[in-house]
Design a protein around this ligand. Sequence first.
Ligand SMILES: Cc1cc2nc3c(=O)[nH]c(=O)nc-3n(C[C@H](O)[C@H](O)[C@H](O)COP(=O)(O)OP(=O)(O)OC[C@H]3O[C@@H](n4cnc5c(N)ncnc54)[C@H](O)[C@@H]3O)c2cc1C
Length: 374
Amino acid sequence: MNFTLSEEHSMIRKMVRDFAEKEVAPSAAERDEEERFDSGIFHKMAELGLTGIPWPEAYGGIGSDYLAYCVAIEELSRVCASTGVTLSAHTSLASWPIYAFGTEEQKKKYLKPLAQGKKIGAYALTEPGSGSDAASLKTTAHRDGASFVLNGSKVFITNGGVADLYIVFAKAEEGMTAFIVEKQFNGFSTGKKEKKMGIRSSPTTEIIFDNCRVPVENVLGEIGSGFKIAMKTLDGGRNGIAAQAVGIAQGALDAALSYARERRQFGKPIMANQGISFKLADMATSVEAARLLTYQAAWLESEGLPYGKASAMSKLMAGDTAMYVTTEAVQIFGGYGYTKDYPVERFMRDAKITQIYEGTQEIQRLVISRFLST
Ligand SMILES: Cc1cc2nc3c(=O)[nH]c(=O)nc-3n(C[C@H](O)[C@H](O)[C@H](O)COP(=O)(O)OP(=O)(O)OC[C@H]3O[C@@H](n4cnc5c(N)ncnc54)[C@H](O)[C@@H]3O)c2cc1C
């Protein structure tokens, strides 16, 4: 057993940290305030190869693995969780299912431009009446000659409106089916954009299918196998969200630590109080534990070993850690932590979503308990 990152993984961490600090961090607070997605940041990530980390070079990727991908998401989220989730949804939720279930033609036509960052991807499963109970979705797909005709709507779609391609789940006669939908297909449109508590520079929108015609060759995997594809996709996606949560927690810990060393009360730095230094010790320990679970799940996936239980555990642990650590970070900053003069209030707002999307914490417990009882 070896707990050190390889040279390749360490290089990727350094490269992404440099990029995150120079190109992402300076505008993070402003983009959050203005709820503004910055396509320029996405294009710069593409130039660095970050939009295709785990995919083979033949499909436009850089031929690395899921651990490298998690390290990248962590480093981006350490300064801007919105940028972290943009890349996470693009990679885990849109590109992965094409890589895992797509035909050779679909990989060339769709995975390659996604991996190269020439196109942005999204994943559309959730509907107004169907969240945790994804199997109850209502969007329909009726076969009509060489096409399927989709009707219905999806809500809370990350990268909604800015994505070029959507992995869409709809009910066909044979059961739930996955489709690759291009934004320019007739009958596809973007609806309401959500105003959110956190990850505000990541657009989250409704998408609408009004007799949207999708060619049969854009069915992903077998007709009727959509539920399996949706769930398998979330298994890996969860680990990306765990990495996002670890990054948010690390960002908050770093900020709280440097503030505690500087801020003086009662004639000494607040760090000199055991009440504060023990808080920081607990926070640092939790971040490290969450990181280890996250890297373990990513390693299992990279090695081709079962990772469903590990990724549910990593997301559960890391999401709760992010919420706990960011809340304590605000506490360490006192009144200043409650203002927008420091990044910890943004980290705290951003942390909350990691307990909700890609399966709430309650659903992670359901997944884990099923593994325990089989
Ligand atoms: C910012 C944001 C981005 C998102 N991005 C995407 C995306 O890109 N694509 C996409 O498809 N979806 C996306 N989602 C949707 C997200 O995955 C769902 O919101 C989430 O799965 C929960 O579904 P719900 O909101 O309908 O809550 P519900 O399922 O209605 O749950 C409400 C509450 O009940 C609990 N609950 C439900 N069932 C059970 C149960 N069996 N046992 C115990 N507790 C239960 C839940 O844990 C929760 O606390 C996003 C959501 C947000 C807010």
